[in-house]
Design a protein around this ligand. Sequence first.
Ligand code: KIV
Ligand code: NA
Length: 256
Amino acid sequence: SSPMTPDRLKEMKVQGEKIAVLTAYDYPTARLFDESGIDVILVGDSLGMVVLGYPDTTHVTIDEMVHHVGAAARGVKRALVVGDLPFASYTMPKQAVVNARRLMDAGAHAVKLEGGRDQCDQIEEIIADGIPVMAHLGMLPQSVKMEGGYKIKGKTPPEVEKLLDDARAVQEAGAFAVVLELVKSEASAQISTALSIPTIGIGSGLNCDGQVLVSHDLIGLFPWFTPKFVKPHGHVAEQIRASAAAFIADTKQAGR
Ligand code: KIV
Ligand code: NA
């Protein structure tokens, strides 16, 4: 089927067709997901935690994102490849455009950044340069140190109002979709109804227009921590351990 586009994702919302998004950070994983029919591959800055071993996403650099966007994009024929702008890479609009362009040159079809009304100048400038932008609201992992943890959003009426205002603002600024992370499902339902662009939920209930997961959580490749909202569909860590144990045993026994 024909390559996925931001416009096609918007049509899917109109038609009530759910959007499936997974993260990937390397060639084989991206190629396997693409061949499986995933709609969007997000090269997320969750890279920092599940691949690079940092304690949170604030340590990820634009050079690291460029490196992994390139690897993932080389494996993709159909899915829309979205590259995350990492922490402190889009503080000013001009800087945001330069760094978004680097992700596009590495093979991304669009970029994602965290924030609402406060990021609309950045969103508008990036789009003015011809680069599609996905927004990200709710729990913002790049702000985890300021926030003091990964907290659920949209629990109180003022919080819901703020989320709705930010969601309308990023849509108005031209974003083609918005991730809702750790948003109460009543609030994410309300936002999804209010917007014409698709919402992509993570830990935000079933009423979003699509769902995204960190692939390591989905396939069981990060056994030391799994978020509560994740339903793992694989046990890859166990297969890696078993393969290593079998090889070690083969090697130690060889020639005896
Ligand atoms: O970096 C990431 O993987 C993300 C998703 C969790 C939405 O931003
Ligand atoms: Na991210």
